[in-house]
Unconditional design. Structure first.
Length: 186
């Protein structure tokens, strides 16, 4: 297996692990064991956990925005696009994971300054994506709330729903978030 293959496997395993148990619970030794390499090889790719965290946030951001771009390009109704957005969250919850961004936010104090800024930037871009969606489909909204306020409400509601649903071992809050926002749309 090549070094690039090992690095890719490390990132994939680390992402799934961090989405289930957080970054603090993630150990380089466990990663090494799961990939079948020495712990020193993990440190070769990621000298510190902060390097791994940065890579995880960046990769997650990139994959997420590929999905969001596909939703936006579909140019369907606001309801259809928002439901596709919610499905991103539902897919995570069906595998006992939460959004990596949300998990990183729950460990915000443990992140270094650069990763805090990166995470804030990703959340900001995500809110901007939603705001643009709501602005572009303003005629399909049944409420007169500013798009920025709707985007913050949607993102925080969905992220919170994922966390609480995980604790309650159901998807009632995610379903409730979906229903609330469907009432906001014509």
């Amino acid at each position: 297996m090549s070094m690039n293959d090992n690095r890719s496997r490390l990132i994939d395993i680390a992402e799934a692990s961090a989405q289930r148990g957080g970054l603090k619970a993630l150990s380089f030794r466990t990663l090494a064991d799961e990939v079948g390499i020495k712990s020193s090889s993990v440190h070769y790719h990621f000298p510190e956990k902060a390097d791994l965290a940065r890579t995880l946030i960046e990769q997650y951001r990139d994959k997420l925005f590929v999905k969001l771009d596909a939703i936006a390009l579909g140019n369907e109704s606001l309801k259809s696009q928002f439901l596709a957005f919610i499905e991103i969250f539902r897919d995570l919850s069906s595998d006992n994971r939460v959004c990596l961004l949300c998990m990183m936010a729950s460990e915000f104090a443990a992140l270094n300054t650069a990763n805090k800024a990166l995470l804030a930037n990703v959340f900001s871009n995500l809110e901007n994506w939603l705001e643009t969606l709501f602005d572009s489909k303003r005629d399909e909204l049944a409420v007169d709330l500013p798009s920025g306020q709707l985007s913050r409400l949607a993102l925080s509601g969905l992220e919170g729903a994922l966390l609480v649903d995980r604790v309650m071992q159901n998807s009632e809050r995610l379903d409730a978030q979906k229903q609330v926002f469907l009432h906001f749309m014509k």
